[in-house]
Design a protein around this ligand. Structure first.
Ligand code: FAD
Length: 399
């Protein structure tokens, strides 16, 4: 142990969830040490995140919205199409009396803006990688790859789906590889998107185009079977665009690739426990869901706000921040929601990839019937966090 006083909380992982927690907890007077294995990497990616209005509200409540340098494209509506194109379901924000369902932001810019916010809050930043963990009676100690050590009453693991902390703590995890890879790129559209996202379910997975701030530009998230993704990776931009136009159809005019392409293997995972004596898991370290519903970060932000509430309550009664009693309410609040989203996205992905004619016919009919049921659509939009009591400023900030 060094002569310096321990922080109240160590956070391992400076992704969107870890940095939001670092910023918000430091803003509430907690002393935070953040272990950031990603420092020095280029944070600007072609990957986007759809943030629900619920997430914007949470970010705003936590003093993290709007964010400098994060341009937000409002998501007015979403069209879902089946493989044949004759099954169609539309979620329109106007149907629930809202201006938009949420916003689309560049994920790299979101991360860097949250990092910048956390840096203004006096968070003690450690550009290193957490490597080993030792739990004592009153404190948990983390050893970093560079040899440094940190101790605190509580460690929050926000180190993503391959969490080293989770493994070090011996927390069991259910993990399932989809055998799919998401191909992401910016796409130039032949027609303006008008704030509408499209998701078409293809034989090997969903292909989505999400509106970007420019009227004729969209973000592609194409989940393809691994073998198909490898084939796509070998194509030139022109050949890839031809494959995309064939797969997606003519809904947004001729599509052209307008960025480098990035590839993400898709995995579902769920930790057996989110908390234990002296630790809590948040975000992808606790759960990872298929991106077809664009909910991973949204779930992580909901984790962050529930954990903050538990920690504030503990501090108000001068309780130990790292005790199970402090942390259990967080786990109770979040586990069921996260599991429900994991199951729903998994089921949708499996059903839409199913080749049996009766399943395809059932899905086609299901989409078309659901499209005529405003109450059901409103229910799904509520479940996805599209409606909130107050109205957060959805515009974000221009870079
Ligand atoms: C293609 C794709 C599209 C997606 N689209 C959406 C969307 O539209 N909406 C949405 O809500 N979600 C979306 N998601 C999910 C979302 O990106 C993730 O859920 C989210 O990024 C998880 O954030 P996190 O901070 O928990 O983890 P991560 O983003 O994985 O961050 C973990 C951080 O921890 C660091 N780290 C790792 N190991 C260590 C260590 N040992 N020590 C210290 N630090 C460490 C990493 O470097 C990283 O900075 C998408 C995901 C994919 C793959």
């Amino acid at each position: 142990m060094t002569g310096r006083r321990d922080p109240d909380i160590i956070i391992a992982g400076a992704g969107a969830v870890g940095t939001l927690l670092a910023h918000a907890l430091a803003m509430r007077g907690f002393e935070i040490a953040l272990i950031d294995a990603a420092s020095g990497e280029d944070p600007i990616s072609v990957r986007t995140s759809a943030l629900s209005r619920g997430s914007l509200q949470r970010l705003s409540d936590l003093g993290a919205w709007p964010l400098e340098g994060v341009e937000a494209a409002p998501l007015r509506a979403l069209h879902i199409l089946d493989r044949g194109g004759s099954g169609r379901l539309t979620f329109d924000s106007a149907d629930i009396g809202e201006a938009c369902l949420g916003v689309i932001v560049n994920h790299g810019r979101l991360e860097s803006a949250l990092r910048a916010r956390a840096r203004t809050r006096g968070v003690a930043w450690h550009g290193d990688r957490a490597q080993a963990v030792r739990i004592g009676n009153a404190r948990i100690e983390v050893t970093m790859k560079g040899g440094g050590r940190l101790g605190a009453p509580l460690l929050i693991a926000a180190d993503g789906a391959q969490s080293v902390i989770r493994d070090e703590l011996g927390v069991g995890v259910l993990q399932y590889r989809y055998g799919q890879t998401a191909v992401c790129a910016d796409i130039r559209l032949g027609r303006a998107h008008e704030g509408v996202a499209w998701q078409r379910f293809l034989a090997h997975g969903p292909c989505a185009l999400l509106p970007l701030p420019e009227p004729c530009r969209a973000s592609l998230i194409w989940s393809a079977a691994d073998v198909e993704a490898r084939r796509l990776r070998d194509l030139s931009d022109a050949q890839f665009a031809a494959a995309l136009n064939d797969a997606f159809g003519d809904h947004l005019g001729r599509l052209e690739v307008d960025s480098k392409r990035a590839y993400f293997p898709l995995v579902a995972s769920h930790a057996q426990d989110y908390v234990g004596a002296r630790f809590a898991l948040v975000g992808d370290a606790a759960h990872r869901v298929h991106p077809l519903a664009g909910q991973g970060v949204n779930l992580g932000f909901a984790d962050a706000s529930a954990l903050i509430a538990s920690l504030q309550a503990a501090r108000a009664r001068s309780a130990d921040l790292g005790s199970r009693r402090t942390l259990r309410p967080y786990e109770r609040e979040r586990k069921a929601d996260n599991l429900a989203m994991l199951a729903a996205t998994d089921l949708l992905n499996r059903m839409f990839c199913d080749d049996r004619p009766w399943v395809r016919a059932m899905l086609r009919a299901g989409l078309n019937i659901a499209d005529t049921l405003p109450a059901l659509k409103a229910f799904f939009m509520d479940a996805a966090g599209a409606r909130v009591l107050q109205s957060p400023d959805v515009a974000g900030e221009r870079p």
